[in-house]
Write a protein that binds this ligand. Structure first.
Ligand SMILES: Nc1nc2c(ncn2[C@@H]2O[C@H](COP(=O)(O)OP(=O)(O)OP(=O)(O)O)[C@@H](O)[C@H]2O)c(=O)[nH]1
Ligand SMILES: [Zn+2]
Length: 316
């Protein structure tokens, strides 16, 4: 039987099969997928093959195989073991909630998120939240930012989680897909998810209650079905994306407006820094590329070692 992993707590996995039933499953044998060494061989969002077994009147599943992943996001531990944990797999949309103030979301944070989404092959969507709270000056800044990102081709939606503004548009973008929500603490993730589907926070509350009783201190990702044929992967403690292990020369490929000009640079390995006849620098001077984007690019290129190691920002 084929199913999808909705939850994992170490050695047990909750798998929903095509008939809509949930089964507690264990893993049989060893898994080594796509050459990743991770602390968890099977992750939330994985499509798995299971066999059912009846043990003492209870039906237990055994996971015997995993389908190839479309993508997956990982978190590397910052300690010496550098062990990788797969947070979630087969994700369609990554929503980043952005607020201009309260808290401030800086453009380099947005751009790192976009680069990582591109590298992971996840569709990034920017949600500019709290638009009900902005004064005219902030709205002006907002319009500029939205213009910059729409121009590149990124989907941007201005929302108010508290007023319900444009929540239907967000729901439309989620339909038939698996989404994750990220953003700084206080940007309104919980409020927004609650506006999308009320009562969902109730479920998560129950789960954290279970965690308190159990031995696990780590919070695990969990997937939820929403009422309008959409899924959310709840990623506790994950606030945003950083940069995946990348070669310097690759980074420009994940800035679509730079990538589009790549063949116009004199050198095909142009880093767009101080090479002559660089089409990206020309476009920047001509005002066709935003300075904030170029600044983020340089920051990533010059990034401290840490930026290349930690690809998911978490609390720990
Ligand atoms: N004015 C206004 N306030 C909002 C909006 N969305 C959220 N807030 C407020 O912002 C604060 C933080 O919202 P949360 O939903 O808790 O933010 P969060 O991103 O889940 O925060 P963490 O749980 O710390 O990651 C709360 O006081 C919300 O009421 C909005 O659209 N407009
Ligand atoms: Zn160049």
């Amino acid at each position: 039987m084929t199913g999808i992993v909705y939850k994992s707590t170490g050695s047990w996995y909750s798998v929903k099969t095509n008939d809509g039933e949930f089964y507690n499953c264990r893993i049989k044998g060893k898994f080594r997928i796509q050459g990743i060494k991770s602390t968890n061989p099977v992750a939330v969002g994985d499509v798995v093959e299971i066999d059912l077994d009846s043990i003492g009147g209870e039906t237990i599943g055994v996971i015997k195989g995993i389908h190839e992943r479309k993508n997956y996001i990982i978190r590397k531990s910052v300690n010496l073991s550098k062990r990788t944990h797969i947070i979630g797999a087969n994700i369609d949309n990554a929503f980043l909630l952005v607020t201009l103030n309260n808290p401030t979301t800086f453009t380099d944070f947005i751009d790192r998120f976009l680069v990582t989404s591109e590298a992971y092959h996840i569709t990034p969507i920017l949600l500019f939240n709290k638009i009900d709270s902005y004064d005219e000056a902030a709205l002006e800044d907002l319009r500029f930012l939205v213009h910059v990102y729409r121009d590149i081709g990124y989907k941007c939606v201005e929302v108010s989680a508290t007023n319900g503004t444009n929540i239907d548009e967000v729901k439309q973008l989620m339909e038939g897909k698996t989404s994750i929500f990220t953003g700084h603490s206080g940007v309104g993730k919980s409020t927004l998810v609650n506006a999308i589907e009320s009562g969902l926070d109730l479920k998560t509350a129950e789960i954290s209650e279970q965690h308190k009783q159990g031995q696990h201190t780590t919070t695990f990702a969990e997937m939820f079905d929403l009422s309008f044929n959409a899924r959310i992967i709840d990623t506790p403690g994950i606030k945003g994306f950083g940069i995946v292990d990348m070669e310097k020369h690759e980074i420009g490929n994940y800035f679509p407006e730079f990538f589009a000009l790549k063949n116009d640079c004199k050198f095909n390995n142009c880093l767009h820094i101080d090479e002559p006849k660089c089409a990206v620098k020309d476009a920047l001077e001509a005002g066709k590329i935003a300075w904030s984007r170029y600044k983020s690019y340089i920051q990533i290129i010059d990034g401290e070692e840490e930026n290349y190691r930690t690809d998911i920002y978490g609390d720990s």
